[in-house]
Design a protein around this ligand. Sequence first.
Ligand SMILES: NC(=O)c1ccc[n+]([C@@H]2O[C@H](COP(=O)([O-])OP(=O)(O)OC[C@H]3O[C@@H](n4cnc5c(N)ncnc54)[C@H](OP(=O)(O)O)[C@@H]3O)[C@@H](O)[C@H]2O)c1
Length: 173
Amino acid sequence: MTTPSGRRVTMVAAVAENGVIGADADIPWKISEDFAHFKATTLGHVLVMGRTTHEGIGRPLPGRTTIVLTRDTDWSAEGVRVAHSITDALELADELLREQPADRQVMIGGGAAVYAAALPYADEQVISEIPLAPEGDTHYPEFSRKRWQEVRREPRGGFTIVWWERVFACNAG
Ligand SMILES: NC(=O)c1ccc[n+]([C@@H]2O[C@H](COP(=O)([O-])OP(=O)(O)OC[C@H]3O[C@@H](n4cnc5c(N)ncnc54)[C@H](OP(=O)(O)O)[C@@H]3O)[C@@H](O)[C@H]2O)c1
């Protein structure tokens, strides 16, 4: 689906067996190898995240240009750019990447509301399958296995990373 100027859009998430991604504004597991994978995957790219996730982390993640999504037009925070809709975020990402190499892209870093908003625009999903079923209050959005194809699966220590590519050029998620 890409951004207006053709940059790839990739969702990067860690999802439990029951679809949970968060609880009480935090992630209900600590898997350092998955944090390292998130860092390696997103480093050097534009990272889009929701205001709740950004405030949970408490600082901009180094080595990435962060765009925070909020509907609050008065909101700002040090070291991040702000957008008020997913389409504005993708346009801003294009602007920020204009002089950057072609492989620099847009990474969607959650949480649930932002994954749901970005899914129709995503080309790829990189999902860490976490073999747990914790209680939680936020879930990864459902997506159609007819429109998404698993292209790679890589077991890591205690979890598995799965790469999904969009199959059909349609924007129904
Ligand atoms: N497991 C993982 O991989 C992973 C990754 C990231 C986060 N998480 C977890 O997910 C949870 C947070 O998810 P969440 O859904 O509650 O919050 P979120 O997506 O991080 O942020 C939600 C906020 O972002 C803004 N927003 C969302 N969609 C928008 C849109 N389309 N246009 C404009 N603004 C928009 C709104 O901010 P305003 O209210 O300011 O308007 C909204 O309240 C936490 O528990 C976090 O730890 C898990």
